[in-house]
Design a binder for this molecule. Structure first.
Ligand code: PHE
Length: 350
């Protein structure tokens, strides 16, 4: 634990043990160079505290890069609420209120929105004590609501850039896209792709979602054991991170990876492994900015829905730019995105 906290390059790690439930609350503030650290609240069980802290650290850092690449005046951070294995769902509202109190005490150092395991209804509860540092309350409660569709729009825009780069035409019509996880983001992505004439395949663990997308929508279901070997043009990870590793990359039969899940690369060298296999990688944090862009655009910048959508669609141009830099400099797309982010951060630190 000690070395985890010491070696992280972020600004601060706040850890609170929630005695009534046995949950751990971790707020990782990676960087406030470009503005207050913003990031979602991820709530799920973890094997141990170290795993939860590591996840918060990595996710917080991605938020810094996400905002920097997008040119937004926000820093990066992330909260993780690591639930105990025997967590009683009835204890959830009070846990969220205590978490909100902690956010409030940080007085603007960190502001948050939904992530894996939390939804606008949770933001309503967190905001009871955490306001004004909580985005994405339900619309009924004056917030901007769910971010799934906005995130999916950004991913879809990134996929258009991938299509242009690989096939010379930004339209995904006729392209076969395999979505891993058709939840909040992946589900909306499926709809955008279908509307654009793509062929959509998917994998999912939730039975109700499988039945909806396979039986009602008629999409091809790919079982878990075939997810990394199924033939497709674009593989779109929209579930959890760490899925691009030495083993899975050696098996992929796609031309590109472009999805919304955070932290898809298990380790940085996986970007090189993808490149060596001639698989075009669209960095996750570039593609999945749409959710945060929507929340901040609607709630802080007073933008209309149409204006925010326009802004989210700019992911396509950002990706075009990153592909162009990667090509001209002979570096991975991941490195190209990182250079853009780091240049912006260095510029602001001056
Ligand atoms: N889940 C969002 C992301 O990873 C987090 C977020 C949502 C941050 C809304 C700010 C506002 O980008």
């Amino acid at each position: 634990m000690e070395s985890l906290l010491k070696t992280w390059d972020g600004e601060s790690t706040v850890i609170q043990y929630d005695r009534p439930t046995g949950a751990w609350i971790i707020i990782a503030v990676h960087s406030s160079v470009l503005g207050p650290a913003s990031g979602g609240t991820r709530m799920k069980p973890y094997p141990d505290l170290a795993a939860a802290v590591t996840d918060a650290h990595k996710l917080g850092m991605s938020m810094t890069y996400k905002f920097a690449v997008a040119g937004m005046s926000r820093g990066g951070g992330k909260a993780v609420i690591a639930l105990p294995p025997d967590f009683d769902a009835q204890a959830r509202p009070d846990l969220l209120r205590r978490y909100g109190t902690l956010v409030r005490q940080l007085d603007g150092l960190f502001e948050t929105g939904p992530d894996v395991g939390t939804a606008p209804e949770d933001m309503d509860i967190i905001a009871e004590t955490g306001s004004p540092h909580v985005f994405c309350r339900t619309e009924a409660n004056g917030g901007s609501g769910d971010t799934g569709e906005a995130t999916a729009l950004g991913v879809f825009s990134g996929i258009k850039s991938v299509c242009e780069h690989l096939f010379g035409n930004a339209s995904p019509v006729g392209k076969r896209v395999l979505i891993q996880g058709v939840g909040s983001v992946g589900g909306h992505l499926a709809h955008f792709l279908l509307e654009a004439g793509a062929e959509v395949l998917f994998n999912e663990v939730d039975l109700a979602l499988i039945s909806h997308f396979r039986d009602e929508m008629g999409l091809t279901y790919i079982p878990a054991e075939e997810i990394y070997t199924a033939l497709c043009d674009i593989f779109a990870p929209c579930a959890l991170g760490g899925i691009l590793n030495k083993d899975s990359i050696s098996r992929l039969k796609c031309r590109a990876v472009a999805g919304g899940a955070n932290n898809q690369l298990a380790e940085p060298v996986d970007a090189e492994r993808l490149q060596a296999r001639n698989i075009l990688y669209a960095p996750d944090y570039v593609l999945n900015i749409g959710g945060a862009m929507h929340a901040i655009g609607r709630e802080l910048m007073d933008l209309s829905e149409t204006e925010v959508q326009e802004q989210i669609r700019s992911v396509q141009q950002t990706m075009n730019h990153i592909f162009a830099i990667a090509e001209s400099e002979g570096i991975t797309t991941d490195e190209a995105a990182r250079r853009i982010a780091e240049a912006r951060l260095a510029e602001d630190e001056k």
